[in-house]
Design a protein around this ligand. Sequence first.
Ligand code: PLP
Length: 361
Amino acid sequence: MNAPFPRPGLLDIAAYQPGESTIPGKDRVIKIASNESPLGASPKVSEAVKGGLNKLHLYPEGPATQLRQALATAYGIEAERIQCSNGSEEMLHMLARSYAGPGDEVIYSQYGFLAYPIAIQIAGATAVVVPEKNLHADIDAILAAVTPKTKIVFLANPNNPTGTYLPDAEIRRLHAGLPKGVLLALDEAYAEYATAPDYTSGLELARSADNVVVSRTFSKIYGLAAVRVGWSYCPQNVIDVLIRVRCSFNVNALAQIAACAALADNAHTEAARAHNTLWLPKVSAALAAIGIPVVPSQGNFILAEFKDAADARAADAHLRSDGIIIRPVAGYGLPGYLRITIGTAEENEALISSLTAYKKA
Ligand SMILES: *Cc1c(COP(=O)(O)O)cnc(C)c1O
């Protein structure tokens, strides 16, 4: 061997493929592929970030104290139990590396976020994939998959790419059935969009449990995907670990400023939520009406069901010819489906008319 060799397993990882943002030959595209906010960030964010531009020579405030304080106030939780991260994806990686290693098992659900297997493999642990039932995480099957080697269960609620969710009672049943030494990592990237009456954020459960972490992100409803800010609410024993493993300045200064400004603009967040609550059912109903069933979603996107993989590929090609980029999800084992983000009113109308033309062709 005449080149450095990485740790075993790293070259077996299927590198994450981000959604596309361009189509060759089209200078204007509609990108409704990555669950970004159609309303963008609050205008107050760019104003606030400008205020930070004369301090680029200074290191950020490492523990993101001001942001954690603002989150604590907004959510009625303890600032000392919040850890911020460079997007919530970094949090998944920190948790995987901190609690699992070679010989350990980490469970996630069949159609769970693709970042989970990557984080698990980087940690050197073994991913245990539990089959879903009807595109929903199956609590009994997850509990049955727990072994003495299990260290973490990753569960997104609501889930991406399915858009499905588990009611509070199911999450509590999962937690009650897990050994106390297994960390339950609830990924709530879409919690702010959920409207189901029996959906409850895991923040409440996490308040009194020593093995529950709830992660949130500024990438979705707050419209800050570019600046990379996530956070999690953790028991003190997990905080004690994360403050040691995180990079000293993992959330950059402008990102901290942006997140604080976004969090303070409740009117903008409410507008983003209201836009989704209006358009999610509209787009879902419009697609169903032209013979494209949609999985009921609690997120800011829908999973549209086509006849088969060939039909989904043809629909994707048709959308692209109209300059519309959505997310194929064959990589998730869902080749007959396409994931589509709720866009602006114009984007949603363009999507509906393109798919209507596709169905008529
Ligand atoms: C988008 C998304 C995230 C957020 O990732 P960031 O790193 O915070 O941008 C986390 N989990 C799921 C399931 C997501 O879809």
